[in-house]
Design a binder for this molecule. Structure first.
Ligand SMILES: Nc1ncnc2c1ncn2[C@@H]1O[C@H](COP(=O)(O)OP(=O)(O)OP(=O)(O)O)[C@@H](O)[C@H]1O
Ligand SMILES: [Mg+2]
Length: 148
């Protein structure tokens, strides 16, 4: 393992941008492609937004933690909340499934996370909280592109 961080913040929507920035900075040592960076930021954004909006209804009190580890060109990030939890994880993963259609949610968050990463693991206990663990492997840097 080459690096590790933990970030903790409360369930306020403005902290989604903070989480995205910190995590982009965390992977800068990997020198990701523009596409990889954009995918990674989207994944973080979707998971953190879920914790804020669904886990805690944006109550500004609930705690969210992000644990991130880097091993070579692989990143493993866990987004943890201690909020409402998910009753049926299999159903929650389905494209277009949302419990908040009135808030113009499209139910595509988990589908997006899956398509922009290598693995998405969801561990949730109703009324106890949710941990979403995302693994993303970044492509090796081409010799010809390396700045010397
Ligand atoms: N951290 C969480 N805590 C509680 N429920 C969650 C959490 N994350 C997801 N969910 C549940 O899983 C459902 C599906 O999540 P997903 O991100 O795929 O869609 P969405 O958030 O409803 O819509 P979108 O992400 O497209 O805005 C949510 O509607 C919610 O019921
Ligand atoms: Mg979502």
């Amino acid at each position: 393992m080459d690096n590790e961080i933990t970030l903790s913040f409360i369930a306020k929507s403005e902290n989604e941008a903070l989480a995205r920035m910190v995590m982009s900075s965390f992977i800068s040592a990997i020198d990701p492609t523009i596409e990889e960076l954009s995918e990674f930021k989207t994944v973080i954004s979707e998971a953190v937004t879920n914790a804020i909006v669904h886990g805690y209804e944006e109550d500004g009190v609930g705690k969210i933690e992000i644990h991130a580890e880097r091993s070579g060109r692989e990143i493993v990030v866990s987004i943890v909340d201690y909020g409402r939890g998910i009753q049926d994880v299999t159903q929650a993963r389905e494209p277009l499934y949302t419990t908040k259609p009135e808030q113009e949610r499209s139910g595509m968050g988990f589908t997006i996370m899956e398509s922009f990463s290598d693995d998405v693991d969801i561990y949730s206990i109703p009324d106890r909280g949710t941990t979403v663990t995302i693994t993303k492997k970044f492509v090796p840097i081409q010799e010809s592109c390396r700045i010397v």
